[in-house]
Design a protein around this ligand. Structure first.
Ligand code: GFB
Length: 417
């Protein structure tokens, strides 16, 4: 099985590295028949939309593996607009945030650093996806065509040289075959583009351009369930739950099986810890979403209403708000216990803004009742997590209302097995 093979290669590489014995570019341990897909996402996108793009690409690999033997190379995380306290140019491998053995139970994956050890920084082809300059003119058909690049691309070609060279994830990637591809369609629309005879490694840039093959369907949820968090983050969140929120999996009825494929909690079985959790998105969201975002006073009122209706006294707030805003919110809720996660310096140095964001998301996921922010992908990922844990929908799909009279609640994307 490919996934087992990939893990075996990684162990072999780790062993050889420890012996100081690896030739950085030779194909030690590479399986002759494996092919490699790399991808990028629009640099302006945040952490949680990127997590969604992973699901699209993972299911592209699932499709590719019906005909061949592809491994997904995981693009390291870094240089994000929102990660203000994390050093620019610092990239985190996926194992910093996610459990690779869980991912591998859905499709074969490997870290970029392991790909570079096996293959070096050269790929057989690189495509940057884009929409059609002329739009789709009301005529939806699934297609892709080579077209002039619409936006600046990360690859350049020196005169008289047939190599295209780009700097991606702080790493030099080169290829002899580069083009921009206008695409209209789903992830599997580009299967023939990727799976060409003689092409063994492909980089697909701007992968967010393609849609999910079946958003909210069984394959979507399998890929999503495979995205379990790294143990060190889950444990950090569990310590916080226990210490400050009287919350643990036994009492909360949120125990999970070791392997996500065996974990299928009964719908509505999860009880959650005795606290309200809130995702209160501030900063650029206030400008981007305007009247949909509440003032702190209005947010406090909505939180208090939930605390009362669930007879709870503790609230956990995940937020990107400034310290002053957090203090202001605490003051407005002074009759209740308001908690938020503040990492130790040691934790922050190791896992950065991404690690803190995930700990916040995990703690929100285990609350008796959750309320999020309007159309925030950060909130959406928490809602998915709660579906995976088996919470009743009315405790999950709630949002804070802003000034607008009409306050539509989030769509209820229920899990499918
Ligand atoms: O994750 P994200 O795409 O969600 O971007 P939205 C928000 C980022 O802000 C997160 C930080 O990845 C975190 O780095 N952040 C937001 C938080 N809320 C929290 C929180 O509660 N705790 C912690 N620790 N960090 C979209 C962006 O954000 O908002 C778009 O993707 C754009 O680029 C738009 O900025 C306005 O969907 O909320």
């Amino acid at each position: 099985m490919t996934s087992v093979k990939t893990i075996a290669i990684l162990f072999l590489l780790q062993g050889l590295s420890a012996l100081g014995n690896v030739d950085e570019t030779c194909e030690i341990g590479a399986s002759k028949d494996e092919k490699y897909l790399l991808y990028t996402v629009n640099p302006g996108e945040g952490f949680n939309l990127r997590r969604d793009v992973y699901l699209r690409v993972a299911n592209l690999v699932r499709k590719l593996n019906e005909i061949d033997n592809w491994v997904l190379v995981l693009p390291p995380w870094g240089n994000f607009y929102h990660w203000k306290n994390t050093q620019r140019g610092k990239y985190f491998p996926w194992s910093s945030f996610f459990d690779l053995s869980s991912l591998n139970r859905w499709i074969p994956v490997m870290e970029l650093s392991d790909f570079l050890k096996v293959k070096g920084g050269t790929v057989d082809a690189a495509y940057i996806l884009q929409h059609y300059a002329e739009g789709w003119n009301g005529n939806w058909e699934e297609k892709y065509d080579e077209r002039p690049c619409i936006e600046p691309v990360p690859f350049t070609q020196e005169d008289g040289n047939n190599q295209w060279v780009g700097r991606i994830w702080g790493t030099q990637i080169s290829t002899e075959n580069f083009s921009c591809m206008s695409v209209q369609g789903h992830a599997s629309t580009i299967v023939p583009l990727v799976n060409k005879p003689g092409v063994r490694s492909v980089l697909v840039g701007r992968a967010e351009t393609v849609l999910h093959d079946e958003f909210g369907g069984k394959w979507f949820w399998s890929a999503r369930r495979s995205m379990r968090f790294a143990n060190h983050l889950q444990e950090e969140a569990n310590r916080f739950r226990k210490h400050f929120l009287d919350s643990d999996d036994t009492r909360d009825l949120t125990e999970k099986k070791e392997d996500w494929r065996d974990s299928k909690p009964k719908q509505d079985a999860a009880r959650g810890g005795p606290y309200v959790s809130v995702h209160l998105r501030r900063r650029d969201f206030i400008y981007a979403k305007g009247d949909e975002v509440p003032s702190l006073s209005k947010a406090a009122k909505q939180i208090e209403k939930l605390l009362k209706s669930y007879s709870l006294t503790k609230v956990f707030v995940a937020t990107d708000a400034s310290f002053d805003e957090i203090e202001e919110l605490k003051l407005k809720l002074k009759e209740y216990e308001v908690h938020y996660y503040s990492p130790s310096q040691e934790f922050f140095n190791q896992w950065g803004d991404g690690g803190v964001a995930i700990v916040d998301q995990i703690i929100c996921s285990y609350a008796r009742i959750f309320i999020g922010s309007y159309e925030s992908t950060f909130s959406f990922r928490i809602q998915e997590e709660r579906e995976i844990l088996g919470f009743p929908v009315e405790t999950t799909f709630n949002r804070l209302c802003g000034k607008k009279k009409k306050c539509e609640q989030p769509a209820k994307w229920k899990i499918v097995y």
